[in-house]
Each structure stands twice: as structure tokens, then as C-alpha cells.
Design a protein around this ligand. Structure first.
Ligand code: SAH
Length: 365
């Protein structure tokens, strides 16, 4: 698909529901078709998704052909699909221009959480994150972000999410142009219909993005990657701290009108000492944040080691003892390199592309 092609035939998956329906209605009216056809077509994009106009069998054939001449419906090509022994599944998608992005589906009791990507690569270079190593490639469009959810729903059997977290590749608040309409597509009952409280945007603390998110009326959740309780340490792990230092990030969390979660990845001997829990507790109390302690996903050759489990437990206890609500996240998909950027990094390191027939079970060595 060339860029001229995209310009000539807009991708209907890039529009939020109001814009898509308005565009389709205008197009229908120009052809003397009834306006209800617009909502009918829109319903086949997200609610009962199909990959081509041809498959919209409830529409007259001539109309389907005319739609295909004016619009397109993009789809993500699955490059690899891996299943962890714990049921977590990881997808590597190939985009039109050859970029790769990752999506992880994490089952947990009644819940099915999708971890989705918002950028190909990432510019932020956090010291422990595999995505940072690749550098930034480009922002994803709504058709590529919400399209990850669509792709999993279109599998046989479909995988249906109850929750979405923007914790895949990229920094969502540095792609607000793509993420903003995506949030509508995910949440709107005419789109994917996922409750706003079940959608979490995770950020390193991009302040203008936090303001933009807080201006949305829906109750989307905000998670902030803190990872260190002092500027001196945080700067060494997260270069973005120079631009958006801790005090400002915590102030933004305090002003956010919904409760914020702090994410804190436990790095052995680096940020897991008793003084760190005391400092972190103070920051969390300042903005009433909930703390999620994340065991480091090893791999990616970043030179960090995971904090031993008993040390994580003691760290959590210390936070709770200081009045901070704390959860220790379970690592999922360890055997499939399911952390941010790890699958793509693995793939690029290989000499030959992984053929799609190599999909299947991956077991711990
Ligand atoms: N840019 C956003 C969202 C993507 S990363 C952000 O930083 O919040 C989602 C979360 O995964 C972040 O908290 C990130 O720090 C964490 N993460 C990255 N690599 C990890 C690893 N190897 N192990 C555990 N967590 C990791």
C-alpha cells in the first residue's frame, strides 16, 4: 500500500466513530443511499469486525464494490504468535511499511488484559527497557493501535479483552494525536465498548499529555512509571527525568482528578533498598497514589538483575506500613520474552525472519 493510495482511499479505521459515521453518511448521501448504511458499515469495523468490504454481506454487492473503491480497511499482518505456558500470548505484527509492533494478551481469571503498543520503537531510552534500545521509528495511527485489539478479536476463536493497558511498545502520551481517537474507539459503545475504567494509559510522566488526558471526560486510568524515588537515581534510569523531574510528575499526579498508579520496576541492588521504600512512600502519599511493584522481566541484555522475591515482599511491606496501598505484580509470559520490546528485539537479532508457520507453543527452556 503506497502513501498515495492511503491519501486517495482513507482508512476507515483511522477515524473515531463520529468522524467515520459522518464521512460514510456524506458518501452514502452523495450516492443516493440511505443514511443508515453509514452506521451499518461502521458496525462492521469494530463491533462485528470483518477485514474487507466484500465480507459485509448484508450490503448490496455494488455498494460493497463502490465502498472498496473509495475507502480501505487496513489489517495487521501477524508475523509471529507465541503462547506462554501460563496462557499469556504474544503477537508480533508487521505494519504496511515493514515496522514491527507487539501486543500481549494476558488471561487472569475472568479478565483478559491486552497490553498494546502506541509507537513503533520508543525515543525515551529507559535503561532497563528493550524497546528503548531500538530507538524511535514512528507513531502509530489509530488503525494500528485500536487495530491490535481488532486483530485479536478477529482470530478464530476470537480473543476478547476486558481490559486494555498501554504498556506495550512506545510512550502513549508522546503520540496523543494517535492515542486520543484510539481511546474513543476503544471506549465508545459503537466502537469496542470497553469501559474507561478498564483502560489504562501508562506514561513516564509526559506533563502536557497528562493534562490532555485529564481533560477527557471519561474515567480513563493513569499509571506513571516512577521506577526511582529521587531525581538523582531516576535520571540514571530514565533520561526523560531531566525534562520532567519527579516533583513535577508527582504534582501532575496530585492534580489528576482520578487516583493514579505508580509503576515501580524492581531492579536488584539499584532501587530496592530500604531508603528507597521510605522515599517512594513519601511521594506516593503526596498524591495518594497506589503503587504497583513490577518484578523485572529479565532478558534483553540490559545489565540489570531482578530483585529477589523476599526483598520485593519486604519492600511492599515497608510501603504498606507507611500507609501506601501496594500490589506486587506477577510476571507473566516469562518464557516468551513478553516484556516491552523483547520479542521484536529478539526477532531483529535473528538472521532469518520467523515464518508464520512457526507459531505455537513456546516452553521454558
Ligand atoms: N512508555 C510507557 C509505556 C510502555 S512501558 C511507560 O514507560 O510507562 C510499560 C511498563 O513496562 C513501564 O512501566 C516500563 O517501565 C515497564 N518495563 C519495561 N521493560 C521492562 C522489563 N524488562 N521488566 C519489567 N517492566 C518493564
Amino acid at each position: 500500500m503506497t502513501s498515495t493510495d492511503t491519501a486517495v482511499r482513507p482508512d476507515l479505521l483511522d477515524f473515531d466513530p463520529d468522524a467515520a459515521i459522518a464521512t460514510l453518511r456524506e458518501w452514502m448521501e452523495a450516492r443516493g443511499e440511505p443514511a443508515y448504511r453509514a452506521t451499518q458499515v461502521f458496525g462492521r469495523l469494530w463491533q462485528r469486525p470483518v477485514s474487507t468490504f466484500e465480507e459485509m454481506s448484508e450490503l448490496p454487492k455494488a455498494l460493497r464494490e463502490a465502498l472498496a473503491e473509495s475507502f480501505r480497511i487496513s489489517s495487521l499482518e501477524t508475523a509471529t504468535r507465541q503462547r506462554s505456558t501460563d496462557g499469556t500470548e504474544k503477537f508480533l505484527f508487521r505494519l504496511d511499511d515493514g515496522q514491527f509492533i507487539e501486543t500481549v494478551a494476558i488471561p487472569d481469571g475472568d479478565r483478559m488484559t491486552f497490553c498494546i503498543s502506541s509507537q513503533a520503537g520508543c525515543a525515551l531510552k529507559c535503561a532497563f527497557c528493550a524497546t528503548g534500545v531500538m530507538g524511535f521509528q514512528r507513531n502509530l495511527r489509530p488503525s494500528e493501535i485500536a487495530g491490535q485489539v481488532r486483530a485479536l478479536r478477529m482470530l478464530t476463536p476470537p480473543i476478547i479483552p476486558t481490559n486494555i493497558v498501554f504498556m506495550g511498545m512506545g510512550e502513549p502520551l508522546m503520540n496523543w494525536k494517535g492515542v486520543n481517537p484510539t481511546l474513543t474507539l476503544l471506549n465508545d459503545p459503537r466502537g469496542l465498548g470497553i469501559g474507561a475504567r478498564h483502560i489504562t494509559i501508562s506514561t513516564v510522566g509526559i506533563l502536557p499529555g497528562i493534562v490532555a488526558l485529564s481533560e477527557r471526560p471519561e474515567q480513563f486510568r493513569l499509571a506513571i512509571s516512577i521506577h526511582a524515588p529521587t531525581d538523582a537515581l531516576r535520571k540514571t534510569l530514565m533520561p526523560v527525568n531531566t525534562k520532567y523531574p519527579l516533583a513535577e510528575v508527582v504534582a501532575a499526579a496530585k492534580h489528576f482528578d482520578r487516583r493514579v498508579t505508580f509503576e515501580y520496576v524492581m531492579l536488584g541492588g539499584v532501587n530496592d533498598q530500604p531508603e528507597h521504600s521510605a522515599q517512594l512512600a513519601q511521594l506516593a502519599r503526596e498524591c495518594r497514589a497506589f503503587v504497583n511493584l513490577i518484578p523485572l522481566h529479565p532478558g534483553g541484555g540490559m545489565g540489570f538483575t531482578p530483585t529477589p522475591a523476599p526483598v520485593i515482599t519486604a519492600f511492599a511491606k515497608s510501603l504498606r506500613g507507611r500507609g501506601v496501598e501496594t500490589a506486587v505484580r506477577r510476571s507473566r509470559g516469562l518464557d516468551i520474552a513478553a516484556a516491552c520490546g523483547q520479542l521484536r528485539t529478539e526477532r531483529l537479532g535473528r538472521r532469518t525472519p520467523i515464518a508464520s508457520h512457526e507459531d505455537g507453543e513456546v516452553h521454558v527452556a
